[in-house]
Ligand binder design. Structure first.
Ligand code: ZN
Length: 156
């Protein structure tokens, strides 16, 4: 196997692991924010639970059903965002949305390079219909950061 194949195998393993054993997959009670997110194109549905400590996300969990990509993305998101300040969380959301929604050219600028476990999902950028599976959790988190959160959907 060459390096690219190694990397693809590793990414597949990461996605499978997160989708089969999602982290922070539980209902959080009590929660300060509870927001539902829906991707009608694929049927992914998730509920995010946030507990806040002033401007800090003290805990972040989710429940839901959907494809492996949506579940893996939500699992990775809860792990990476937990304990962040609200501002940092918003920056991270902006960064992920920019990376996933920028056209996949094959020659990426630094700004488009997906890092961390989310990199395992970067291949979905070649499949526009699956991008929303990867960004649903992040879009739902963005809704949850608003003062009076509304349900999030990938289709306006
Ligand atoms: Zn999906």
């Amino acid at each position: 196997m060459n390096h690219a194949q190694d990397l693809r195998a590793l990414y597949r393993q990461t996605v499978l692991d997160h989708s089969r054993h999602p982290r922070n997959f539980l209902r959080l009670e009590p929660a300060d924010r509870v927001v539902v997110g829906h991707n009608p194109l694929c049927g992914d549905k998730l509920t995010l639970y946030l507990r806040l400590d002033n401007d800090r996300i003290e805990n972040l969990t989710f429940e839901g059903t959907g494809c492996a990509i949506s579940m893996a993305s939500a699992s990775i998101m809860t792990e990476s965002i937990k304990h962040h300040d609200l501002n940092d969380a918003q920056c991270e959301i902006d960064r992920i949305m920019r990376q996933f929604e920028s056209p996949h050219t094959g020659e990426e600028t630094d700004d488009e390079t997906v890092e961390g476990d989310m990199a395992a999902l970067s291949s979905v950028r070649a499949f526009p219909s699956r991008i929303k599976c990867a960004t649903l959790a992040w879009k739902t988190l963005e809704a949850a950061l608003q003062e009076n959160p509304q349900a999030a959907t990938t289709e306006e």
